[in-house]
Ligand binder design. Structure first.
Ligand code: ATP
Length: 333
């Protein structure tokens, strides 16, 4: 608490604030103040210390610390319980533990890096420190099990809206969970479910967004398919602002979905869909076939017409799509 109070006092001060002044205001010793200053510096705050004048905040931390994110939130619930970690194996894993312990809906778990970040089907999600946003939201929707995958689609729409607002770009969504800029992936979502009988107990929705990576920052394994906001626009993006915007749009759409269902959101998803009306290769385990992606239905399942003319319904989770005849994820916008 004292650390937060010191930060607030330094933020409000015009110039230097003496150690004596701070210690009087907060009722703690000058050496305790110094320990907090050292800790704040480790968290990325640039604080000048001068023997006679005291302390001055030169610049704020670029980390997605609660102190940096909270003032930007426009939500009621999402991000109001916020767990920040410098590094985690996987934000979904920690979120599941917190959800098991009863963490409320809207809880956010965020890590500056993930060492074992995961995508769907056991794949990895490359999550280098400081450049992206890696976070998981805990949800407790009272909906039938079958509707849970729609949350992944809602998340993709919220990421698009946030990018449209904060970075002025128009991303596209590749069913079910990837968000693309110029045909390359900069965001993926992994939704995991805990249910009892036919009811959802909780969902954890983990999203990784490549924000400030340069094109050369991606490892060879993903370089051909991956991009970031910065690599697309040439601009650096304020990650805290972007995160706050994603949470804002998600909360609004999620509450709408709980109250009124998927219809409007389906339309908003389709407005941003990549590859609709194009020929795609469907990969489901050992099986592969080619068809035309036509639509998503009222549940969010993808409808693909196979070569025999039959419309087949694909449920997210077990299926990957590739543009047939194209390269990488390029749906040729
Ligand atoms: P697809 O359906 O295209 O096969 P997916 O949607 O199942 O992929 P995800 O689970 O979203 O894939 O993400 C994992 C895959 O994304 C990895 O196999 C890798 O190719 C790619 N990838 C990993 N890290 C990143 C990253 N930071 N940015 C973009 N792509 C990445």
């Amino acid at each position: 608490m004292s650390r937060k109070a010191i930060l607030e006092a330094l933020s409000a001060a015009e110039g230097f604030l003496s150690g004596e002044d701070l210690s009087r205001r907060l009722g703690i010793s000058r050496s305790a103040i110094w320990k907090h200053i050292v800790a704040l510096r480790q968290e990325g705050y640039a604080i000048d210390a001068h023997t006679r004048l005291g302390y001055k905040l030169r610049s704020r931390s670029a980390y997605l610390l609660p102190e940096e994110v909270e003032p930007l939130l426009k939500t009621k619930r999402f991000g109001r319980h916020y767990h920040f970690y410098a590094s985690l194996p996987s934000t979904n894993r920690t979120a599941k533990e917190l959800a098991r312990q009863g963490a409320p809906e809207g809880t956010v778990v965020l890590a500056e890096e993930q060492t074992e970040g995961r995508g769907r089907l056991g794949r990895g999600w490359y999550s280098p420190p400081g450049l992206g946003i890696y976070f998981t939201m805990i949800l407790r929707p009272t909906v039938p099990l079958g509707l849970a995958p729609q949350v992944t689609l809602l998340t993709s729409v919220a990421v698009c809206k946030a990018l449209e607002t904060v970075a002025g770009v128009q991303p596209q969504i590749k069913w079910p969970n990837d968000v693309l800029l110029n045909g390359k992936k900069f965001c993926g979502t992994l939704t995991e479910l805990n249910a009892e009988m036919e009811a959802v107990n909780y969902l954890v929705v983990g999203t990784g967004i490549n924000v400030n990576q340069s094109a050369g920052d991606f490892p060879d394994a993903v370089a051909a398919v991956a991009t970031s906001v910065h690599a697309t626009t040439g601009e650096k993006v304020d990650r805290a602002r972007l995160l706050a915007a994603v949470l804002y749009f998600f909360e609004a759409d999620y509450d709408y979905w709980l109250a009124s269902g998927f219809d409007r959101l389906r339309a908003e998803w389709l407005e941003r869909a990549a590859g609709m009306g194009t020929t795609v290769r469907v990969i489901a385990g050992q099986q592969e076939w080619v068809g035309k992606a036509e639509d998503i239905d009222s549940d969010g399942a993808l409808l693909v017409r196979d070569s025999g003319g039959k419309l087949r319904r694909l449920i997210s989770g077990e299926v990957s799509l590739r543009p047939e005849g194209g390269q990488g994820y390029d749906f040729g916008r």
